[in-house]
Design a protein around this ligand. Structure first.
Ligand SMILES: [Zn+2]
Length: 478
């Protein structure tokens, strides 16, 4: 039955302009009478501006990046490792390159654009046919905002590409990261996932995760196995133990992105059941997929147990795949149900479920509502789905406890587009809160009170940031 009497006429004109961190515009609203009428009548005319201001003034705790240290970036090590051209195309390399391929860019043009040095105009001609198709996606908007905020260029075009190339070159000097992350994006600190554990030379800005993916997938003896001879499973346990002994004090969390290659259905497999499989794997003898999974399952729980002993949250990739032309959506869709069994089995472990399993986020809200050891992390989500992430945040805040949501992680290798991602996140956070006020679900004060915890306070508490920063400042490699 149509509920005509409940329909609301809302004229939402938008909150600020994307990327204009300090900007705000009037939030014209006309609220019909109904259950929410009282809240509507009580709110001040400038409530949306108040929310925008509060969001723009608040630092973001960035819970997920793949940033190398600035010193590595300035040495050109990143470009050469990834066989990328060390020019302005690097800003588009992660993730907009995937949208370009999806829009129809050929592999030949892709390689020419991203891996070779060439005149900026010639590079522009390679992407020009696809630019109108990709510039409005979250990936595209993050790049456009970064170019505007960092170089003062309104849009990538034939006319501006020369200036962008020049501004990019000029920006590559010490201080780049602090300018981009702290001054422009207003980020407190980033949590970096780079290899097994990276001994960063920017310890208070680039905090680090311990990767557990190589501990249980493979496993990757070369990445962790130095100093201990590994002949059997018990030796590998010792390697994992030693890794945690050495780095747990400095790490903010552990992370696994194993969902890129398997389901998250980790079963309880005892050491006795896994030991013979481990021996065969390291001897490079054939092992069935079923036995390989048993070994992975055993080692996953071993590493998760160690993380829990050291009070480190366990970050798990869930949802959409980076890249293009490879994602098994059927398996991805099962992530919420599979990870539900994982969190149920380990009530003492704090799980940070990354990327809100976009686009399957509604089930994840149910997980966070039901399980006290589940924290949801919106890292990467804003640029995959700016509008759906706004909806997610509204739904989350109306359903699950506000102390278990992390609202930002740029998830980039190049530092520049983090600026664009942060601006999109700020716009979405402000918009979600203002819409909740507009619709009568929250009071203005209620919305304003949520800003600090969801952008910053939750991250500081969950990852013990002050304690970790203090430990990292005196780390032996600093
Ligand atoms: Zn990532």
């Amino acid at each position: 039955m149509a509920r005509q009497g409940m329909s609301r006429r809302t004229a939402i004109k938008g909150i600020g302009a994307v990327g204009t961190v300090a900007g705000s515009t009037a939030y014209g609203t006309k609220m019909a009478q109904g259950a929410s009428g009282a809240a509507a009548r009580a709110k001040p005319a400038d409530y949306a501006e108040q929310i925008v201001r509060r969001v723009n003034e608040t630092l973001l705790v960035d819970s997920h990046e793949h940033l190398p240290d600035e010193s590595e970036r300035l040495r050109g090590a990143v470009a050469s490792r990834e066989k990328s051209a060390n020019d302005w195309s690097l800003i588009l390399n992660h993730y907009l390159d995937s949208d370009l391929v999806s829009a129809g860019m050929s592999q030949k043009d892709y390689n020419a654009f991203f891996t070779t040095q060439m005149d900026p105009q010639a590079k522009w001609r390679l992407i020009a046919p696809f630019w109108p198709a990709v510039k409005n996606t979250g990936y595209g908007q993050a790049v456009t905002i970064a170019l505007r905020e960092l170089y003062g260029v309104d849009e990538l075009s034939e006319k501006t590409v020369g200036r962008i190339a020049e501004a990019y070159r000029a920006s590559l000097k010490p201080g780049l990261y602090r300018k981009v992350l702290c001054d422009v994006a207003k980020i407190d600190s980033c949590q970096v996932n780079a290899g097994s554990f990276h001994e960063s030379d920017m310890p208070d800005l680039l905090l680090q995760d311990i990767s557990i993916v190589g501990m249980h997938m493979g496993p990757s003896l070369n990445a962790y196995g130095k100093g201990i001879e590994v002949k059997e499973l018990a030796d590998w346990h010792k390697v994992i133990d030693a890794w945690f002994e050495k780095y747990a004090k400095y790490a903010v969390a552990v992370k696994s992105q194993a969902a890129y290659s398997r389901d998250l259905d980790y079963e309880d497999v005892k050491a006795e059941q896994a030991a013979w499989i481990f021996k065969r794997v390291i001897a490079k003898e054939p092992v069935s997929a079923e036995d390989q999974k048993k070994l992975q399952d055993h080692l996953f729980w071993y590493a998760v147990g160690k993380a829990t002993e050291h009070d480190l949250p366990v970050k798990l990739h869930t949802g959409y795949y980076a890249g293009h032309n490879r994602m098994p959506l059927g398996r991805v869709a099962k992530n919420p149900a599979s990870v539900c069994e994982v969190v149920r089995r380990a009530p003492a472990t704090r799980f940070v479920l990354m990327h809100i399993c976009w686009p399957f986020y509604e089930d994840m809200i149910a997980l966070a509502k039901h399980y006290s050891n589940v924290i949801l992390d919106m890292c990467w989500a804003w640029i995959m789905g700016p509008a759906t992430s706004t909806e997610f945040l509204k739904h989350y805040l109306m359903s699950a406890p506000a102390n278990k949501i992390l609202t930002f992680g740029g998830d980039y290798r190049p530092v520049e587009p983090v600026v664009g991602h942060a601006a999109i996140a700020r716009r979405g956070i402000a918009r979600a809160l203002a819409e909740l006020v507009d619709e009568g679900w929250l009071t203005v004060d209620g919305a304003l009170e949520l800003v600090e915890p969801i952008m910053c306070g939750n991250g500081r508490r969950i990852f013990k940031l002050e304690e970790k920063k203090a430990a990292c400042r005196t780390a032996p490699w600093v």
